[in-house]
Design a protein. Structure first.
Length: 158
């Protein structure tokens, strides 16, 4: 794993300040990213195109278990971070252990907050804070036919 791109919140804040001073547009998204699939890749590539830097908030293993159940995640935080940091679209991965990334969003105040799927922009965690700071909130449609849960079910049935 490229540990230069998998950092804690304090390092992410330092980097964010540097990017702000260089007038770079910072995009933020978050998720579990357990079992990467083409839908994830499409989503992350679309998010990255919206700015100069893409930061991904990555749920910790405990956070994933609380959200998805006791059998998840399939891959550990370290493995999931490793895969994300290998992607060209991703500039930085920051883990978080809470159920939502609100503390990351408040600390980083990205220029663009992105979520995928059928969210309504006003319902996205951190939308109010990002907009108040002058940023945008954008929903990227999912690439149909892909989900980690569906992939896990398909593997179980092999």
């Amino acid at each position: 794993m490229n540990s230069d791109y998998f950092v804690d919140l304090s390092e992410a804040v330092r980097l964010r300040k540097n990017w702000y001073e260089r007038d770079m547009r910072v995009v933020f998204t978050n998720g579990c990213f357990d079992l990467l699939h083409p839908g994830h890749l499409n989503y992350l590539e679309d998010a990255r195109k919206m700015g100069d830097v893409l930061i991904v908030g990555l749920n910790s293993d405990d956070s994933v278990r609380r959200l998805k159940g006791s059998l998840r995640p399939v891959n550990t935080l370290s493995d999931r971070a490793h895969m994300l940091t290998a992607l060209r679209a991703v500039n930085l991965v920051v883990p978080f252990s809470e159920e939502t990334p609100i503390n990351l969003i408040k600390a980083l105040l990205p220029d663009i907050l992105v979520k995928g799927g059928d969210y309504m922009p006003d319902d996205i965690v951190g939308a109010k804070e990002v907009r108040k700071a002058g940023g945008e909130v954008i929903v990227v449609p999912f690439l149909g036919g892909y989900s980690s849960s569906t992939l896990i079910d398909r593997i179980k049935n092999l």
